[in-house]
Design a protein around this ligand. Structure first.
Ligand SMILES: NC(=O)C1=CN([C@@H]2O[C@H](COP(=O)(O)OP(=O)(O)OC[C@H]3O[C@@H](n4cnc5c(N)ncnc54)[C@H](OP(=O)(O)O)[C@@H]3O)[C@@H](O)[C@H]2O)C=CC1
Ligand SMILES: O=CC(=O)O
Length: 292
């Protein structure tokens, strides 16, 4: 089997690379904080010291990085992907970024003869661990086809959405909806509590009705215990709201609900909650306790 490269071993990247190893892929990893590679090495991965060294060794390289600035840095900076990408090699960026960032990366990679695919994912830590992600790919169709065996291991379904940018946009639309829903859910939990209802009973009622969904089911019980161990860090959800709102600006789409949700995520970040799970927006929504 060809060697696959993997850049970025955060919550998602670690789980995704681990799945590739578990299914017999040969994987060479790199992470900015190199010590995070150790656990992957224990499971059979090789390590390279720079993104360029990974690309040099591998037929195609996957990246899973925090945001646009990280995605650009790993490609364009010294020892970055661009130094070794060339004809016959592919680069697949699975980070959640905006379409402009993805297009910049695509142009740079293809101008050196390489092929590019964006492939952001829907699904969090647990789906990543279980190989149950939904993959939203766009770009070079031949690279998509080459990567299907890896996508089949990391995900439960892959979509090919056409030209570069469409995967990024689809992911931002989905996360804009998700962030708005989580805010409405948080407001409902606060309203139930402050008006004398039992929040657990609200969860039970919601779960039996037409707006039952896996996110409320998974996040509700921990939110009412004020427990926010990060699966999807809040700072990343706020980044996604910001990028989705910018997409709304570009297309003159009015999104007052998403804009209000973004304010709540920003407030949560200003309260120092950015590294906690995005459900910690509940703390920002709660605000000060009722005084009378
Ligand atoms: N967690 C989730 O539920 C989901 C996340 N996503 C998206 O996936 C991406 C990764 O998320 P997640 O794994 O949760 O994030 P983490 O914060 O856990 O990991 C971020 C990764 O990016 C690396 N990184 C950050 N800045 C830089 C930089 N300047 N140069 C090089 N590497 C950098 C980090 O390296 P280091 O270890 O050195 O800090 C780390 O490997 C994000 O775009 C997120 O929006 C998508 C779906 C679900
Ligand atoms: O981007 C986060 C997710 O859960 O999907």
């Amino acid at each position: 089997m060809e060697e696959v490269g993997f850049l970025g071993l955060g919550i998602m990247g670690k789980a995704m690379a681990m799945n590739l190893l578990r299914h017999g892929f040969k994987v060479t990893v790199w992470n900015r904080t190199l010590s995070r590679c150790d656990e992957l090495v224990e499971h059979g991965a090789s390590v390279a010291k720079t993104p360029a060294a990974v690309v040099k060794k591998c037929k195609y390289t996957i990246a899973m990085l925090s945001d646009p600035s990280a995605a650009l840095s790993v490609v364009f900076d010294k020892d970055g992907v661009l130094e070794e990408i060339c004809s016959g090699k592919g680069y697949i960026d699975m980070s959640t970024v905006d379409a402009d960032t993805s297009s910049k990366i695509s142009e740079a990679i293809t101008s050196k003869g390489g092929s590019f695919l964006e492939a952001p994912v829907s699904g969090s830590k647990k789906p990543a661990e279980d190989g149950q992600l939904v993959i939203l790919a766009a770009g070079e169709k031949a690279l998509y086809e080459e990567a299907i065996p890896a996508f089949d291991v990391m995900g439960k379904k892959s979509f090919f959405l056409g030209q570069v940018g469409n995967g990024a946009k689809m992911k931002l639309v989905v996360n804009m909806i998700m962030g708005s829903m989580l805010n409405a859910f948080s407001e409902g939990l606060v309203l139930a509590d402050r008006s004398g209802l039992n929040p657990q009973t609200l969860l039970d009622v919601l779960d039996l009705g037409g707006i039952a969904n896996p996110m409320f089911r998974m996040k509700g019980p921990t939110m009412i215990q004020n427990s926010y161990s990060p699966a999807f860090p809040l700072k990343h959800q706020q980044k996604d709201m910001r990028l989705a709102l910018a997409l709304g600006d570009e297309n003159a789409v009015s999104m007052p609900v998403a804009a209000a949700a973004n304010e709540a995520f920003k407030k949560a970040r200003s309260m120092g909650l950015g590294d906690l799970d995005f459900s910690a927006v509940f703390e920002a929504v709660k605000g000060p306790e009722k005084s009378s």
